[in-house]
Design a protein around this ligand. Structure first.
Ligand code: PLP
Length: 392
């Protein structure tokens, strides 16, 4: 599959920032201010009552540094509007609270924090939550039995990389009067743009690829103006906005997103191919490999196959732990999407709280290692994996 530039235009991205016209800065500076002064009460009321756009109070998100970032975030997903948040979970929780009051049906595997929020806080609030395994997605329509429900999913999923058909899910959701929200963190907008396949909202942990350097925590929601506006009220009153400093750092990172993601894709493909030929590896889960179950769907739906993959080590959990501990270039750390390669063993991190039986049902064996392939030289990454696998 060729990487189509259609996903995100690097030119547009680099020039989408709102320039500082006063001093000629090519980028919006950091407005480290919490409030804004007005010439008159009339001018203040024009902003408060929505007759004119203007800055009012940074917690509301009306701060030029944050607004400039949101302008770029909207462009990334070809969305009418975007909101920036202090974390991915802030973006996800406000989205679920704003649009899930009539019930939420999730399809496929979810990030552990999202699942915990759904099964504890949403349940405490009386929100009906249904989790459908990917294999049960044919039952989605049956579960959408009230108006204005929310369908929520992640694709590719963590850590199995399984792929869901966004267009098919959007069709079922819309037939039943529901909205579809997709967590696009794993793919990034360079590789996949769910709104173009019919999703109504996209959420991101910007802590991952959008930030890309493991040095900031942020989140984002993109979608139609009206849908985003109702999420804005939750962000404002829960106080989930990100700081202007973080907004500027994230905006800086976004300028290199297409470049970084293309290299992540390239390196991950080389690592996946090398691992699929290794005698100590029983399985490689990577959407770019032709024998991967979701490969054809991924090739249709995605512009690139991403930087995430999982490998199953022969010999089970203890063997996988030895390999993880032996890696030198891959750092043992539970995040993803940064310039540096990371490794985690899901049974010790993201899926530690589940029983072995629950993990087995999700297709997560104790011998599975999840790799976030970074931007080092691909040969160094392959050599590192080979030397670690040699301990077995
Ligand atoms: N969504 C996915 C797919 C994630 O992997 C994560 C974190 O790992 C999140 C959401 C939550 O993001 P954050 O840690 O920025 O709150």
């Amino acid at each position: 599959m060729s990487e189509r530039a259609a996903g995100v235009s690097a030119t547009e991205l680099i020039h989408s920032d709102l320039h500082d016209d006063q001093h000629g800065s090519p980028h919006t500076p950091i407005y480290n201010t919490t409030t804004w002064r007005f010439e008159s009460t009339e001018a203040l009321l024009d902003v408060v009552e929505g007759r004119t756009d203007g800055c009012l109070y940074t917690r509301y998100g009306t701060n030029p540094t944050i607004t400039a970032l949101e302008h770029t975030l909207a462009r990334l997903e070809s969305a009418e509007a975007a909101l920036a948040f202090a974390s991915g979970m802030a973006a996800i929780s406000s989205t679920l609270l704003a649009h899930g009051r009539n019930g939420i049906v999730c399809v496929g595997e979810l990030y552990g924090g999202t699942q915990e929020f759904l099964l504890t806080q949403c349940a405490d609030l009386g929100i009906r939550v249904t989790l459908l395994m990917q294999a049960d997605q044919a039952r989605l329509a049956k579960h959408l039995n009230k108006p204005d429900m929310l369908v929520y999913c992640e694709t590719p999923a963590n850590p199995t990389l399984s792929i869901l058909d966004i267009r098919a899910l959007a069709e079922v959701a819309h037939q039943r009067g529901a909205l579809l929200a997709v967590d696009n963190t794993f793919a990034s907008p360079v590789n996949q743009r769910p709104l173009e396949w019919g999703a109504d909202l996209v959420v991101h942990s910007a802590t991952k690829y959008l930030g890309g350097h493991s040095d900031l925590t942020a989140g984002a929601v993109m979608g139609k103006k009206d849908f985003v506006r109702s999420i804005w009220r939750w962000r404002k009153n829960l106080g989930q906005v990100l700081s202007p400093e973080t907004a500027a750092l994230l905006a800086r990172s976004l300028r290199t997103l297409p470049l970084r993601v293309r290299q992540h894709n390239h390196n991950a493909m080389l690592v996946a191919q090398a691992m699929s030929e290794h005698s100590a590896v029983s399985k490689v889960l990577y959407p770019g490999l032709p024998d991967f179950e979701g490969h054809e769907l991924a090739a249709r739906q995605m512009h690139g196959f991403g930087g995430m993959l999982s490998i199953e080590i022969k010999g089970g959990g203890a063997a996988a732990t030895r390999v993880a501990d032996q890696l030198k270039v891959f750092l043992l750390a539970p995040s993803l999407g940064g310039v540096e390669s990371l490794v985690t063993q899901p049974c010790t991190t993201s899926h530690h709280a589940l029983s072995p039986e629950e993990r087995r049902k999700l297709g997560i064996s104790d011998g599975l290692l999840r790799l976030s392939v970074g931007l080092e030289d691909a040969q160094d990454l392959i050599d590192d994996l080979r030397q670690a696998l040699a301990v077995l």
